[in-house]
Design a protein around this ligand. Structure first.
Ligand SMILES: *Cc1c(COP(=O)(O)O)cnc(C)c1O
Length: 355
């Protein structure tokens, strides 16, 4: 059965939902997907009619350029349901803008805003039952673009596939982590693709992260590629420090991703009168603060976990523990942000977008 509910999106609904088979109390992150997916192909210089269809495997030519030259970018965002059953997105326009910033860096054509927003809304509506209300429950949304043109000569593709897939998620809590500050490896360089959510940025992190794991750390804190003297990102999250009562984070650049969680936390902190500093942060400054007790907190910030507290770090063979203060900025800011996301409080910033 096929029908068209808007001018531009062709919808093919599933015949039998998988919903009954899913144990929503035991979800592992990113493994379960909803009934439908959004798909739109770029061909002959234009994005074709978008489609919403049953979630399932793709058939792609083995010579598709994404497999050989890595033209792939993605986004990560969430939908939330409140107790009344209303569904909300958090700053979706920012994710839309960012996927095109990422795409453009990889010579991938921009995706039209109307297709993105309409596609997302239609997809969430058709799979609405997959979004559960209640603390920590959400729907993780993964838009992505890949180069599908069948050709192994080294050049940008002229055919692409834009997709959105959705995965129900529970509170993402892995516990406080220990991290290793990078002294050799880098995730991004000046003039590179660090500011883009490019798939390859992740591929390049796994190996150094595995080395850190062998030393008993869960994540790597990336430092600048030139000198390894400045703090840049925490694994795949932006990084924050609290020295005494000041909240610090590194400025975004072509090496540091412009995280939506990062900028939201900064705004909330400023509004609440927490002193913030956005400036280059030396590793030595953090080591010294850890030694003299000024370093009260360190945490990563990103959509999946919102805030991921760091309890210890390793640097140049030394290990530093951070004792969590009683009134942590991390838990306070995380609650403030999630209260907005779940429609539990006013949203003076205009971040919440009702479906
Ligand atoms: C996605 C991502 C972040 C976090 O961005 P959010 O918009 O807050 O989810 C931070 N750093 C890197 C490298 C990322 O890929």
């Amino acid at each position: 059965m096929e029908n068209t509910i808007t001018d531009s999106i062709k919808i093919t609904p599933i015949t039998t939902s998988k919903l009954d088979k899913v144990d929503f109390d035991n979800l592992s992150f990113g493994k379960t997907f909803t009934d439908h997916m959004f798909e739109c192909d770029f061909k002959d210089g234009v994005w074709q009619t978008p489609q919403i269809k049953p979630y399932g495997p793709l058939t792609i030519d083995p010579s598709a350029r994404v497999f050989h030259y890595g033209q792939a970018v993605f986004e990560g965002m969430k939908a939330f349901k409140d107790d009344k059953g209303d569904v909300f997105l958090f700053r979706p326009k920012d994710n839309f803008n960012r996927i095109n910033i990422s795409a453009n860096r990889l010579a991938i054509p921009s995706f039209p805003e109307q297709y993105f927003m309409e596609g997302l809304k239609q997809l969430l509506k058709i799979d609405e039952k997959w979004i559960k209300s209640g603390a920590g429950n959400s729907l993780y949304i993964r838009p992505f673009v890949i180069a599908t043109q069948a050709c192994v000569s080294a050049a940008e593709a002229n055919e692409y596939k834009f997709m959105i897939i959705c995965s129900p998620a529970q509170a993402y809590y892995v516990g406080d982590v220990s991290v290793l500050i990078a002294e050799k490896y880098s995730r991004s360089a000046n003039g590179g693709v660090g500011y883009a959510k490019a798939a390859g940025n992740y591929a390049a992190q796994f190996y150094p992260t595995n080395l850190a794991k062998k030393e008993g750390y869960q994540q790597v804190i990336w430092t600048d590629a030139d000198t390894h003297e400045y703090m840049e990102e925490a694994g795949t999250m932006n990084i924050f420090f609290r020295i005494n009562d000041t909240l610090l984070t590194a400025p975004i650049s072509d090496r540091i991703l412009d995280g939506i969680t990062r900028k939201s936390l900064l705004e909330i902190a400023e509004k609440e009168g927490i002193a913030t500093e956005v400036r280059p942060i030396k590793v030595n400054e953090i080591v010294k603060a850890a030694e003299d007790g000024g370093l009260k907190e360190m945490f990563g910030a990103g959509t999946a976990a919102v805030i991921s507290p760091i309890k210890a770090f390793g640097y140049k063979g030394n290990h530093y523990e951070i004792k969590r203060p009683e009134k942590a900025f991390a838990s306070h800011l995380k609650k403030a942000l999630m209260d907005i996301q779940y429609n539990l409080t006013e949203d003076p910033y205009g971040w919440r977008v009702k479906l």
